[in-house]
Design a protein around this ligand. Sequence first.
Ligand code: BES
Ligand code: ZN
Ligand code: MN
Length: 427
Amino acid sequence: DRVLLVGTGTDPVTPRLLEDIGGRAGQDGANSTAERIEILWAGNEPDAAAHLAFGAALGQYRFLKYRTPAKDKPVTGEGEFVIRTPAGDAAARSFEAEWAPVPRAVTFARDLISEPGVEIYPESFVARTREAFAGLPNVRIDVLDVPAMEALGMGGILAVGRGSVRPPRLLVVRYDGGDGNEAPFAFVGKGITFDSGGISLKDEDGMWKMKYDMSGAAAAAATVLALAGRRAPVNAVGIAALAENMPSGSAGRPGDVVRTMSGKTFEVISTDAEGRMVLSDAVWYAQQQFRPRVVIDLATLTGSVRIALGDEYAGLFSRDDALAEALRKAGEASGEELWRLPLHPSYAKDLESPIADLRNSGGSGTGAGAGLGAYFIGSWVEESTPWAHLDIAGMAWREKEALPTVPEGASGFGIRLLDRYVRQSAP
Ligand code: BES
Ligand code: ZN
Ligand code: MN
């Protein structure tokens, strides 16, 4: 038997710290052959056991589906976790009802993101989402196929999907846990199941990881899964804008002009700026269809946000100070942190096109790349709609050094953050 002592320092113990401690144990458990790992917690912080277990569940995650177990290597990560706190059974009940659905939703998202592009394309993303929601009450799933999107004039998402043999989809997952006439939270995700760049083809360095370009869509759907799983007393809708960005004879071209559902047009400068193209229709649809209390989009939108913020913060863009602050706070509390970046009015100039209403990129390769992407999406959001854009390109995939609650690979970023944001929002 081995005993590991964890010092928590002198600052007050927060849920986030408890989750990190649990996560550390979860990581060790995943690498250990121990049959049983016990965490003893003597403090009486409310829900301490729940947060320890929450973190452990996240830290334990591994994607081993395609690995053949080596015969001469002992099996790890099969041990049982036992968490002992003064709160006893009440803690177990609180974990099951209030918290466990969140790491379960993160696991769903991480699995989807980890799967290669050959497995996950718009239709299979939809099928997996249906499976994950099966049996949950107050949930309704609608899927727009190509004819449905054509009928609505969704030229943005259709233009991106055209080059692939896998047709695009708009997936809409609705959860009604609140009052019947209450406006829902709307979470809208970029769901590029593989981003080759299209005709503006990426080079090999940048391309192979682009299976995770649907991380925003996975987070949007999984956030609703978490809310439905814990029976949150709110209404919410998750929208996944799903397409595969491929080059082919039927692909959209640089220079094409696209008309979106709102009627607004844009000129394609780069087919590799496809996230904003699919989101232009998805955020517009969210507003028209649901009149939501807030629209929050999540997207692995730009390499440039990684240059600005690395893997410490996702980029937060909003015209609404109160919403930005609420999200920043939820980020701090959940451990999925955000840093606000500007939406300068001058970006409008950079996005001017001589023949269309906008262009999809500033063109020159210089300038505020993440801001321009955000500004483009914001051009499809009505001034009266509280809106935030989260550029998660630096956060969606954990390169090396795992964090306690984030193993290497797909992070599932955004679900814990948005679940916390919903908890902290007034009804
Ligand atoms: N999916 C990429 C952004 C990305 C890059 C995500 C690296 C994760 C890691 C996105 O579609 C893209 O290609 N963006 C371009 C935009 C440019 C063409 C305006 C970029 O960031 O270079
Ligand atoms: Zn992309
Ligand atoms: Mn791209």
